[in-house]
Design a protein around this ligand. Structure first.
Ligand SMILES: [Mn+2]
Length: 462
């Protein structure tokens, strides 16, 4: 027979009171069902005998609750972020990010240990996915180390880089299933700084906490409503310090795991200057994670979660099969695009290549998405004309834009897209980095949008 005394810090509501799952914080943290209905802050004694929990309410623990949660979080020693993989000024950038990362770690752990619901939304690419897998591994290691039976994280892959209202409302429905003494937490990995996210942030104010880890240039994005906003651009850095790298550092800080594999993957997937192009093992993993995160569901119908991705990484034969398919599909798609391309030269002598994605979409390649394909074609066209190259890949109302690093700052893609949104009411959304971004309209305005974009990029045509 075991007995513990603790305080109810969270309730996940089931279909009836008997199905409710209560989180009780004591010396340890447990989640249990109770034969009697419990409320938040109830101080309870739980005795377990023959698999049956007997729960007795001893009183109200509101006065001690905050202290108890702090004490539990204190037991987890939060480490320093590691600047391995970075060099030059970026090492100092990471040092300057450390205090905000530690604050965020504490907020994340407070929610985690008290059973408050946490939604982790990660961008559907290798950088966002790499960061999410690192965090998933960290939470698993933490639970194992401390012997907690806790399940309060919902992992969601996010198509695109904005936190739109409809996504926020669907998250609200999930979070409403819980009642907790610590605010529910929304963790965002590798989203854009699109103004499309601002409505959701405003709606969440006061109700939910955020740990928002990103590396997109900030431009006009209003992040003042975010409780924890971590972005290297705030600390004198840039997009090369990728969101997945920062999220992997965060994962190491809270758990002590070694997330270096996911750091390397994230850097490679986002073409960071800190990526090691000669690291073949990482290049293969980057190809596979990019392919796996293309769609929210795998061909088998399984949801693409960090657990799913980690499962593929740990299974050598599945990994090999997917790697082979990805390479074959890309080789064919690149061949098609390299033949059917329209080339422009702008007033500064920059080469702009426009590829219609329709024929490639018609091929039904499972792993080749427009965004990733445009990164690949940018590499192909840079080989043709060097570091002053822009690639546009367009299809069904949206354009993916890629640009040589050497010209990205000067061209100012993020600013151009904000201008387009302000000037043309047919533009639905858009944003990203100066090197990689996308902009979207409805199908009927595809040509108008492309012409507007080419004009903004300095292409003059009569
Ligand atoms: Mn990224």
């Amino acid at each position: 027979m075991s007995r513990l005394e603790g305080i109810v810090t969270a309730i996940k509501f089931g279909g009836s009171d008997a199905d409710n799952v209560y989180t009780v914080v004591s010396e340890s943290v447990v989640q249990l069902r109770s034969p009697v209905r419990l409320d938040l802050y109830d101080r309870v004694a739980v005795t377990e005998q023959g698999g049956e929990a007997k729960v007795e309410i001893l009183g109200n623990g509101k006065a001690e609750c905050g202290g108890l949660i702090s004490k539990t979080v204190d037991k987890i020693e939060v480490g320093e972020p590691s600047a391995a993989y970075l060099s030059g000024a970026a090492v100092d950038v990471m040092g300057r990010m450390a205090p905000a990362m530690k604050d965020a770690a504490r907020a994340f752990l407070s929610a985690l240990v008290s059973g408050a619901p946490i939604i982790v939304r990660f961008h559907n690419d290798g950088d966002g996915g790499g960061g999410a897998v690192a965090l998933y591994k960290a939470v698993g290691a933490l639970r194992k180390k401390l012997g907690w039976s806790l399940d309060n994280i919902i992992w969601i892959i996010n198509a695109g880089v904005s936190y739109k209202m409809d996504l926020f409302y669907s998250d609200t429905l999930l979070l409403n299933r819980y009642s907790s003494v610590v605010k529910p937490l929304i963790a965002i990995i590798d989203f854009g700084t699109s103004t499309d996210s601002e409505g959701s942030v405003r709606q969440a104010a006061g109700k939910y906490d955020f740990v928002w880890i990103d590396h997109h240039p900030i431009s006009t994005f209003d992040h003042s409503g975010l409780t924890h906003y971590i972005n290297p651009w705030l600390d004198g850095g840039d997009s090369n310090v990728t969101a997945g790298l920062v999220a992997s550092c965060f994962a190491e800080m809270i758990s002590g795991i070694d997330a270096s594999k996911y750091k390397r993957i994230s850097l490679t997937c986002d073409h960071s200057v800190y990526a090691d192009a000669a690291d073949e093992e990482t290049n293969a993993m980057a190809l596979v994670i990019d392919a796996l995160t293309v769609r929210p569901e795998a061909p088998s119908g399984q949801k693409v979660t960090p657990k799913y991705i980690a499962g593929v990484f740990d299974d050598a034969s599945r990994f090999g099969e997917i790697l082979h398919d990805v390479k074959t599909q890309y080789a064919e798609a690149v061949d098609m695009g390299a033949k059917a391309v329209k080339q422009y030269v702008n007033t500064d002598g920059i080469n702009i290549y426009a590829v219609d994605y329709q024929p490639i979409a018609d091929m039904g390649f499972g792993y080749v998405t427009k965004g990733k394909y445009s990164s690949r074609m940018q590499d192909v066209f840079e080989e043709r004309t060097g570091e002053r190259t822009i690639t546009l890949v367009y299809h069904s109302g949206s354009v993916s834009i890629r640009m040589s690093k050497a010209i990205a700052q000067k061209v100012g893609l993020v600013r151009i897209i904000e201008e387009m949104k302000a000037e043309a009411d047919y533009i639905d959304s858009g944003g990203g980095h100066n090197e990689a971004a996308s902009v979207r309209t409805d199908r009927s305005h595809m040509r108008d949008m492309l012409d507007l974009l080419l004009g903004k990029l300095g292409v003059t045509r009569n």
